[in-house]
Write a protein of this length. Structure first.
Ligand code: GDP
Length: 216
Protein backbone atom coordinates (compact mmCIF):
# COMPACT_ATOMS: atom_id res chain seq x y z
CA UNK A 1 0.00 0.00 0.00
CA UNK A 2 2.69 2.38 1.08
CA UNK A 3 4.88 1.64 -1.91
CA UNK A 4 2.01 2.10 -4.39
CA UNK A 5 1.25 5.46 -2.79
CA UNK A 6 4.92 6.34 -3.14
CA UNK A 7 4.90 5.30 -6.79
CA UNK A 8 1.87 7.47 -7.46
CA UNK A 9 3.55 10.38 -5.65
CA UNK A 10 6.76 10.06 -7.65
CA UNK A 11 4.85 9.71 -10.92
CA UNK A 12 3.12 13.02 -10.18
CA UNK A 13 6.37 14.75 -9.27
CA UNK A 14 8.14 13.37 -12.35
CA UNK A 15 5.30 14.54 -14.58
CA UNK A 16 5.63 18.04 -13.15
CA UNK A 17 9.33 18.03 -13.97
CA UNK A 18 9.08 16.53 -17.42
CA UNK A 19 5.88 18.17 -18.64
CA UNK A 20 7.29 20.80 -21.00
CA UNK A 21 3.84 22.24 -21.72
CA UNK A 22 3.58 24.12 -18.46
CA UNK A 23 5.46 27.05 -20.00
CA UNK A 24 2.79 27.61 -22.70
CA UNK A 25 1.82 31.25 -23.09
CA UNK A 26 -0.79 33.08 -25.15
CA UNK A 27 0.59 34.76 -28.28
CA UNK A 28 -2.26 35.89 -30.54
CA UNK A 29 -5.73 35.19 -31.92
CA UNK A 30 -5.99 34.96 -35.70
CA UNK A 31 -9.20 35.62 -37.62
CA UNK A 32 -7.51 34.94 -40.95
CA UNK A 33 -4.77 32.49 -41.87
CA UNK A 34 -2.49 35.35 -42.88
CA UNK A 35 -2.47 36.57 -39.26
CA UNK A 36 -0.87 33.32 -38.07
CA UNK A 37 2.81 33.24 -37.07
CA UNK A 38 5.30 32.40 -39.83
CA UNK A 39 4.87 28.90 -41.20
CA UNK A 40 8.00 27.48 -39.57
CA UNK A 41 8.98 25.40 -36.56
CA UNK A 42 6.48 22.88 -35.20
CA UNK A 43 2.78 23.55 -34.71
CA UNK A 44 0.32 21.14 -33.15
CA UNK A 45 -3.37 21.96 -33.59
CA UNK A 46 -6.08 21.09 -31.08
CA UNK A 47 -9.54 20.65 -32.53
CA UNK A 48 -12.90 19.54 -31.26
CA UNK A 49 -16.62 20.09 -31.33
CA UNK A 50 -17.81 22.89 -29.06
CA UNK A 51 -18.17 21.70 -25.48
CA UNK A 52 -16.10 18.56 -26.11
CA UNK A 53 -13.65 19.69 -23.43
CA UNK A 54 -10.91 21.16 -25.65
CA UNK A 55 -10.13 24.23 -23.50
CA UNK A 56 -10.08 22.12 -20.35
CA UNK A 57 -7.67 19.68 -22.04
CA UNK A 58 -5.32 22.54 -23.00
CA UNK A 59 -5.45 23.95 -19.46
CA UNK A 60 -4.79 20.51 -18.00
CA UNK A 61 -1.90 19.92 -20.36
CA UNK A 62 -0.35 23.30 -19.51
CA UNK A 63 -1.27 22.98 -15.83
CA UNK A 64 -2.72 26.51 -16.01
CA UNK A 65 -6.34 27.08 -15.07
CA UNK A 66 -7.06 30.08 -17.26
CA UNK A 67 -4.84 29.59 -20.32
CA UNK A 68 -7.58 28.55 -22.75
CA UNK A 69 -11.02 29.84 -22.01
CA UNK A 70 -13.49 27.24 -20.78
CA UNK A 71 -17.09 28.17 -21.13
CA UNK A 72 -20.58 26.94 -20.54
CA UNK A 73 -21.80 28.84 -23.62
CA UNK A 74 -19.61 27.29 -26.27
CA UNK A 75 -18.79 28.26 -29.82
CA UNK A 76 -18.54 32.02 -29.57
CA UNK A 77 -14.92 32.35 -30.57
CA UNK A 78 -14.33 31.69 -34.24
CA UNK A 79 -10.59 32.24 -34.28
CA UNK A 80 -7.35 30.32 -34.09
CA UNK A 81 -5.65 31.01 -30.77
CA UNK A 82 -1.90 30.53 -30.71
CA UNK A 83 0.07 29.54 -27.62
CA UNK A 84 3.83 29.35 -27.66
CA UNK A 85 6.10 26.88 -25.87
CA UNK A 86 9.26 28.42 -27.27
CA UNK A 87 10.23 30.25 -30.45
CA UNK A 88 9.83 27.24 -32.69
CA UNK A 89 7.01 25.35 -31.00
CA UNK A 90 3.35 26.38 -30.94
CA UNK A 91 -0.09 25.08 -30.03
CA UNK A 92 -2.91 26.22 -32.34
CA UNK A 93 -6.28 26.11 -30.60
CA UNK A 94 -8.71 25.73 -33.51
CA UNK A 95 -12.22 27.18 -33.20
CA UNK A 96 -14.75 24.83 -31.62
CA UNK A 97 -17.18 23.64 -34.25
CA UNK A 98 -20.67 22.25 -34.36
CA UNK A 99 -22.33 24.82 -32.19
CA UNK A 100 -25.86 25.43 -33.46
CA UNK A 101 -26.02 29.13 -32.71
CA UNK A 102 -23.13 30.09 -34.99
CA UNK A 103 -24.69 31.53 -38.18
CA UNK A 104 -24.53 29.23 -41.20
CA UNK A 105 -22.53 31.73 -43.24
CA UNK A 106 -19.84 31.90 -40.53
CA UNK A 107 -19.78 28.12 -40.31
CA UNK A 108 -19.21 27.87 -44.05
CA UNK A 109 -16.48 30.52 -43.88
CA UNK A 110 -14.71 28.60 -41.13
CA UNK A 111 -14.97 25.33 -42.95
CA UNK A 112 -13.11 26.92 -45.86
CA UNK A 113 -10.48 28.49 -43.59
CA UNK A 114 -9.93 25.23 -41.70
CA UNK A 115 -9.64 23.21 -44.87
CA UNK A 116 -7.03 25.65 -46.19
CA UNK A 117 -5.17 25.53 -42.86
CA UNK A 118 -4.90 21.75 -43.10
CA UNK A 119 -3.90 21.84 -46.76
CA UNK A 120 -1.30 24.59 -46.59
CA UNK A 121 0.23 24.81 -43.11
CA UNK A 122 3.61 23.14 -43.55
CA UNK A 123 4.62 23.39 -39.87
CA UNK A 124 1.52 21.44 -38.79
CA UNK A 125 3.02 18.34 -37.17
CA UNK A 126 -0.14 16.79 -35.82
CA UNK A 127 -3.71 17.34 -34.67
CA UNK A 128 -5.15 16.50 -31.29
CA UNK A 129 -8.83 15.82 -31.88
CA UNK A 130 -10.84 16.15 -28.68
CA UNK A 131 -14.13 14.23 -28.41
CA UNK A 132 -16.49 13.79 -25.51
CA UNK A 133 -16.23 10.04 -24.83
CA UNK A 134 -20.03 9.89 -24.61
CA UNK A 135 -20.50 11.45 -28.08
CA UNK A 136 -17.56 10.36 -30.23
CA UNK A 137 -17.05 10.43 -33.99
CA UNK A 138 -19.68 12.93 -35.01
CA UNK A 139 -19.80 14.32 -38.53
CA UNK A 140 -17.24 17.04 -37.85
CA UNK A 141 -14.84 14.61 -36.21
CA UNK A 142 -14.99 12.49 -39.34
CA UNK A 143 -14.35 15.65 -41.36
CA UNK A 144 -11.24 16.49 -39.31
CA UNK A 145 -9.95 12.95 -39.64
CA UNK A 146 -10.44 12.99 -43.38
CA UNK A 147 -8.59 16.33 -43.72
CA UNK A 148 -5.73 14.85 -41.69
CA UNK A 149 -5.75 11.77 -43.84
CA UNK A 150 -5.74 13.81 -47.05
CA UNK A 151 -2.80 15.89 -45.79
CA UNK A 152 -0.98 12.90 -44.27
CA UNK A 153 -1.03 14.66 -40.89
CA UNK A 154 -1.05 12.47 -37.75
CA UNK A 155 -4.19 12.77 -35.66
CA UNK A 156 -4.31 11.86 -31.99
CA UNK A 157 -7.82 11.42 -30.62
CA UNK A 158 -8.53 12.30 -27.00
CA UNK A 159 -11.69 10.66 -25.70
CA UNK A 160 -12.16 13.11 -22.88
CA UNK A 161 -14.50 13.35 -19.89
CA UNK A 162 -13.65 9.66 -19.34
CA UNK A 163 -14.52 10.23 -15.66
CA UNK A 164 -18.16 10.30 -16.80
CA UNK A 165 -17.99 6.58 -17.69
CA UNK A 166 -16.93 3.51 -15.76
CA UNK A 167 -13.65 1.96 -16.84
CA UNK A 168 -15.30 -0.91 -18.78
CA UNK A 169 -17.55 1.19 -21.02
CA UNK A 170 -14.71 3.71 -21.52
CA UNK A 171 -12.35 0.97 -22.72
CA UNK A 172 -14.94 -0.59 -25.00
CA UNK A 173 -15.64 2.81 -26.63
CA UNK A 174 -11.89 3.21 -27.12
CA UNK A 175 -11.50 -0.23 -28.73
CA UNK A 176 -14.56 0.15 -30.93
CA UNK A 177 -13.30 3.43 -32.43
CA UNK A 178 -9.70 2.20 -32.65
CA UNK A 179 -10.72 -0.69 -34.90
CA UNK A 180 -11.84 1.60 -37.72
CA UNK A 181 -9.16 4.29 -37.51
CA UNK A 182 -6.89 5.06 -40.47
CA UNK A 183 -3.13 4.51 -39.99
CA UNK A 184 -2.48 8.26 -39.40
CA UNK A 185 -4.63 8.16 -36.25
CA UNK A 186 -4.00 7.16 -32.65
CA UNK A 187 -6.36 7.31 -29.69
CA UNK A 188 -6.47 7.42 -25.89
CA UNK A 189 -8.89 8.13 -23.05
CA UNK A 190 -8.47 11.37 -21.11
CA UNK A 191 -10.02 13.32 -18.29
CA UNK A 192 -9.26 16.90 -17.35
CA UNK A 193 -11.09 16.33 -14.10
CA UNK A 194 -8.87 13.56 -12.73
CA UNK A 195 -5.95 13.84 -15.19
CA UNK A 196 -6.41 10.33 -16.58
CA UNK A 197 -4.21 9.96 -19.66
CA UNK A 198 -2.19 13.13 -19.09
CA UNK A 199 1.12 11.28 -19.15
CA UNK A 200 0.22 9.53 -22.39
CA UNK A 201 -0.70 12.85 -23.99
CA UNK A 202 2.52 14.51 -22.80
CA UNK A 203 4.48 11.61 -24.28
CA UNK A 204 2.72 11.85 -27.64
CA UNK A 205 3.20 15.61 -27.88
CA UNK A 206 6.81 15.46 -26.70
CA UNK A 207 7.41 13.16 -29.61
CA UNK A 208 5.68 15.46 -32.11
CA UNK A 209 7.55 18.49 -30.77
CA UNK A 210 10.81 16.50 -30.86
CA UNK A 211 11.64 17.28 -27.24
CA UNK A 212 12.98 13.78 -26.82
CA UNK A 213 15.26 14.20 -29.87
CA UNK A 214 16.67 17.67 -29.16
CA UNK A 215 16.79 17.93 -25.41
CA UNK A 216 17.61 14.24 -24.85
P1 GDP B 1 -14.66 23.33 -25.19
O1 GDP B 1 -15.87 24.08 -25.65
O2 GDP B 1 -14.40 22.13 -26.03
O3 GDP B 1 -13.43 24.17 -25.01
O4 GDP B 1 -15.05 22.69 -23.76
P2 GDP B 1 -14.67 23.16 -22.28
O5 GDP B 1 -13.27 22.79 -21.96
O6 GDP B 1 -15.09 24.59 -22.08
O7 GDP B 1 -15.61 22.17 -21.44
C1 GDP B 1 -17.00 22.15 -21.62
C2 GDP B 1 -17.65 21.68 -20.31
O8 GDP B 1 -17.23 20.34 -20.02
C3 GDP B 1 -17.23 22.52 -19.11
O9 GDP B 1 -18.35 22.64 -18.26
C4 GDP B 1 -16.12 21.70 -18.47
O10 GDP B 1 -16.00 21.91 -17.07
C5 GDP B 1 -16.58 20.27 -18.76
N1 GDP B 1 -15.43 19.34 -18.87
C6 GDP B 1 -14.35 19.48 -19.67
N2 GDP B 1 -13.50 18.46 -19.54
C7 GDP B 1 -14.05 17.62 -18.62
C8 GDP B 1 -13.64 16.36 -18.04
O11 GDP B 1 -12.59 15.78 -18.35
N3 GDP B 1 -14.50 15.80 -17.12
C9 GDP B 1 -15.68 16.40 -16.76
N4 GDP B 1 -16.44 15.76 -15.87
N5 GDP B 1 -16.08 17.58 -17.28
C10 GDP B 1 -15.28 18.19 -18.19
Amino acid sequence: MRSSLNTEYYEKITLKIINPFRIAQYVLSAHELKQLPKDEGIEVAIAGRSNAGKSSAINTLADQKGLARTSKTPGRTQQIVIFELDEGRRIADLPGYGYAKVPLKLKAHWKTVMERYFQTRKCLRGVVLVMDIRHPMREFDEQMLSWCQAAGTPCHILLTKSDKLKRGPAQSTLLKIKRDLPPIASIQVFSSLNKTGLEQLVEKLSNWYEYDHKEG
